[in-house]
Design a protein around this ligand. Structure first.
Ligand SMILES: [Zn+2]
Length: 258
């Protein structure tokens, strides 16, 4: 007998000890708590704060790493370094100047774009965006280039933008007119979401539909009962999306904006 059983048990025991470490940021309010107006969401919820990174073991902060002083919005999580000299408008001092939160979104989207999405405001109207979602790999939507139109109103990001597909789409949660049934664009919206977050959610909806709240009954029932035919119909829309590409998308967008 070589007692392999007890060796295996020992190994199991070792693998069971969870050692979790990370370097999360902890935010602490500083100053006297005077509220400033957020340049992204326009709420008077910006305060001075210190953001400090901690080395953490099993969720217990052990070693303080670098820290920096930031402006922080309590509503939409907008953050900006306080070192550069930029200061938001003090609340109540005077009416805030007209802001364009979409400008902040564009900066974020162009400096650190998540894979498979892109978007930019129309040249003459920051409130209307053209966006593209590339079909996720290893799904029936692979290789598709799907165009979307996003329309913002003045209340954004306190209210969600309205989003619709311009490209023809065959999907359980997309209506025939291109509008979407997606919780974060309706009752589960949060001002912390930006354009990148919205497009990323739509991209993951493509390969992970919710057939329980169908916007396209035919697509939903094929998805549940006839996957082969569902995939065939989706591939048709993928091919259609390449043909759409040769058309002038900006003409569509201008029509929508009116
Ligand atoms: Zn804000």
């Amino acid at each position: 007998m070589r007692g392999t059983g007890s060796v295996a048990n020992k190994q199991d025991f070792c693998f069971c000890i969870p050692i979790v470490f990370g370097c999360p940021n902890k935010i602490k309010q500083e100053g006297d708590g005077t509220p400033y107006v957020c340049p992204r969401c326009n709420n008077a919820q910006v305060v001075e704060a210190k953001s400090r990174m901690w080395f953490e073991l099993c969720w217990i902060p052990l070693i303080p790493l670098k820290s920096n002083h930031v402006w922080l919005c309590g509503i939409c999580n907008w953050q900006h370094s306080r070192d550069g000299g930029f200061q938001p408008q003090a609340a109540g001092a005077m009416p805030p100047p007209p802001q364009q939160p979409q400008g902040y979104d564009f900066k974020r989207l162009s400096s650190d774009p998540p894979g498979g999405i892109s978007g930019a405001p129309c040249a003459d109207n920051l409130l209307v965006w053209n966006a593209v979602i590339f079909g996720p790999a290893e799904t029936p939507f692979e290789d598709g280039t799907f165009k979307l139109l996003m329309t913002f109103d003045e209340a954004y990001p306190n209210k969600p933008p309205s989003v619709k597909f311009l490209s023809k789409m065959f999907h359980p949660n997309v209506y025939a007119n291109g509008e979407l049934c997606l919780d974060i664009l309706q009752n589960r919206w949060s001002p912390t979401y930006d354009v990148a977050a919205v497009l990323t959610s739509i991209q993951s909806l493509l390969h992970d539909p919710n057939p329980n709240s169908p916007a396209n009954a035919e697509a939903a029932s094929l998805y549940r009962e006839n996957m082969k035919e569902y995939v065939r119909r989706v591939k048709q829309t993928v091919e259609q999306s390449w043909i759409d590409e040769t058309e002038d998308a900006s003409a569509n967008a201008d029509e929508e904006a009116l």
